[in-house]
Write a protein that binds this ligand. Structure first.
Ligand SMILES: Cc1cc2nc3c(=O)[nH]c(=O)nc-3n(C[C@H](O)[C@H](O)[C@H](O)COP(=O)(O)OP(=O)(O)OC[C@H]3O[C@@H](n4cnc5c(N)ncnc54)[C@H](O)[C@@H]3O)c2cc1C
Length: 549
């Protein structure tokens, strides 16, 4: 709760030299990098939506809801008080309020309700980012619901009632038949105990139900199934000799419970407001999407779109951490100076700001490529979302840690949001394809999709001539890509492509202070480096001005 006029004159001392409260603030309009990119790539329609969202989620009330939803994590409710089976999860009221708010702002369906709008997928990604600053866990079901639509569209005769309740739907939590609901949320269950990345190791089997069109029963389990209170799940099981994709409703059309059993919920490092379950299918009823044995093609459409959400979530975590660091160092003095005026701290914050500026530029460019009007962009989207996911999500824990240290000891204490942000920071690298798997995916695309390589080359060529370090790094990457890079070089290729894409975007769109310092620090062969090591001639004041200091 916001505290009215906390006392600063205490019996033994005065409370001084502490920064002002973080909230309320508009989490979008105070973010120069994101706002500029959104205005450039999408325009006013999205700017005004984000402005409204930024004010709401930056309010003291919503920031507090985010804390509560994580302080009081979900509880497993396997049975009701009479011993009847439920397989449900109970959430704190703050979680429900946050879910309702996110759906009210259409984070789950913006590109589908605005199918013609330029930058509609940037809309999903950027709104998810801004919301994540207040609360990250709820964005898992919101992102999966958004991403389910392209996969559901493979089989509209089965899924239209679901699509109709996702697009334009509001949050309607209690489980019941979807025809009675004002909106539905969706999950995705692929990972099994014996194999996660390698989905072909799945052991779950599907058996056709006699006389039922596309109707099957599933037998098996899933080792991770987040948001288990979703109304439906897309899942993989073997049928017809290969993996097939199925829609599994929690409640069957006749109103009875489907036999999807929740075995337990995971005790996780972070992401605590969101429940992640282990589930079993006991003759669970399911409906086939697409052809038997072609399930990976269907679910990959969902995975592709969830990857965009991992970029939004990463931006949100970065932004909140950076903004908290800036707030602290602007309000606290040490050794006779405000921290932000100490040369070393200026370098650290400026370097973190560069990292954030580059992350925004890349994520927004990838979001733009998700608008499929243009064939080159469609090709770029598949490659660039993997490149961006690889780099941004893997850099996140180090970034948040450095922001945390800017707050000193207070940043390590649970009253501050920094421990929660830190615990949240590794997850986006793990789910939707872990680092190595993403690197392998990138190599596969390079080998099999020359149109994606062409689109990437065009994007990189647009930055050429703007910076000497950039031109040299681009030559090195071209040499590397001219032969098929071997598997063991996968991470190196992914990293180089990400840095060059970021630099190319900054050279074209960011102020020189940002682009020059980014190229000077990220593209050379400086080797291992920590944040805060900028060249002597870096325009630190120019970089910091964009952070409001
Ligand atoms: C909080 C949370 C929520 C989740 N929610 C869901 C969910 O809702 N639905 C769902 O289906 N899954 C979910 N997952 C599971 C997640 O997607 C998997 O954990 C992830 O895909 C990795 O699979 P795995 O755990 O089986 O690891 P493995 O596949 O065993 O991989 C272990 C490591 O080996 C690496 N690796 C794999 N193959 C190779 C290779 N060929 N070469 C080099 N390295 C390799 C991986 O990159 C990884 O680092 C969730 C996970 C977490 C932590």
């Amino acid at each position: 709760m916001p505290s009215h006029a906390p006392a600063t004159h205490l019996e033994t001392h005065e409370v001084t030299n502490q920064p002002g409260p973080f909230a309320p603030r508009n989490l979008y309009t105070t973010d120069t990098a994101l706002r500029e990119a959104v205005r450039r790539e999408a325009g006013d329609w999205l700017d005004s939506r984000l402005e409204r969202l930024g004010a709401v989620v930056g309010s003291e009330r919503v920031i507090e809801l985010g804390e509560q939803a994580n302080r009081f994590p979900p509880e497993f409710a396997p049975f009701d008080r009479y011993g009847r089976r439920l397989d449900e999860v109970r959430f704190h009221p703050a979680y429900h309020e946050l879910m309702a708010l996110a759906m009210e702002h259409h984070i789950h369906d913006l590109p589908w309700i605005e199918p013609e709008a330029k930058g509609r997928h940037i809309g999903h990604m950027a709104m998810l980012a801004v919301f994540t600053e207040a609360e990250a866990g709820t964005m898992c079901p919101i992102n999966m619901t958004y991403a389910s639509v392209p996969a559901l569209r493979w089989q509209p005769d089965v899924t239209q009632p679901w699509i109709d309740r996702i697009i334009g739907g509001g949050y309607d939590a209690p489980l019941r038949p979807i025809v009675e609901k004002a909106g539905v949320t969706m999950g995705m269950a692929m990972t099994e105990k014996q194999g996660g990345s390698d989905v072909r190791a799945n052991a779950t089997r599907a058996f056709p139900v006699e006389g039922g069109a596309r109707h099957y029963r599933l037998v098996g389990h899933k080792w991770f199934c987040s948001a288990p209170m979703s109304d439906g799940f897309l899942t993989l099981a073997y049928a017809g000799g290969d993996l097939s994709c199925f829609l599994v409703p929690r409640i069957l059309p006749d109103g009875t419970r489907n036999s999807l059993q929740v075995m337990r919920i995971k005790d996780k490092l972070g992401n605590r407001s969101n429940a992640s379950a282990e589930i079993e299918y006991h003759d669970t009823q399911a409906w086939l999407l697409g052809e038997e044995g072609r399930g990976v093609n269907v679910i990959i459409d969902m995975v592709h779109h969830t990857r965009l959400g991992t970029l939004g979530s990463t931006l949100g975590i970065m932004r909140r951490a950076l903004a908290e660091a800036v707030n602290h160092v602007s309000g606290r003095a040490a050794f006779q100076k405000k921290l932000i005026d100490q040369p070393l701290m200026r370098g650290v914050i400026a370097d973190l700001a560069l990292e954030y500026e580059a992350a925004v530029a890349l994520a927004v460019r990838v979001g733009a490529a998700f608008d499929p009007e243009d064939g080159a962009d469609a090709a770029l989207a598949r490659l660039a979302v993997a490149v961006a996911k690889y780099w941004l999500t893997k850099r996140n824990p180090g970034f948040v840690y450095e922001c945390m240290e800017c707050l000193g000891g207070g940043g390590y204490v649970e009253e501050s949001p920094m421990p929660r942000l830190f615990r949240e920071s590794p997850i986006n690298a793990i789910w939707e394809g872990s680092g190595n798997v993403i690197a392998l995916d990138i190599l596969r695309t390079l080998r099999r999709a020359p149109e994606a390589v062409e689109a990437l080359s065009a994007e990189l060529a647009a930055g050429a001539g703007g910076d000497r370090a950039y031109d040299a790094a681009l030559r090195t990457l071209k040499e590397q890509l001219s032969g098929a890079p071997e598997e063991a070089r996968g991470r190196q290729v992914a990293e180089r492509m990400a840095l060059l894409l970021q630099a190319s975007l900054l050279i074209r769109h960011a102020p020189a202070a940002v682009a020059d310092a980014f190229c000077a620090t990220r593209l050379g062969d400086a080797g291992a480096r920590l944040f805060g090591v900028l060249p002597r001639d870096a325009d630190v004041a120019g970089i910091l001005a964009r952070q409001g200091v």
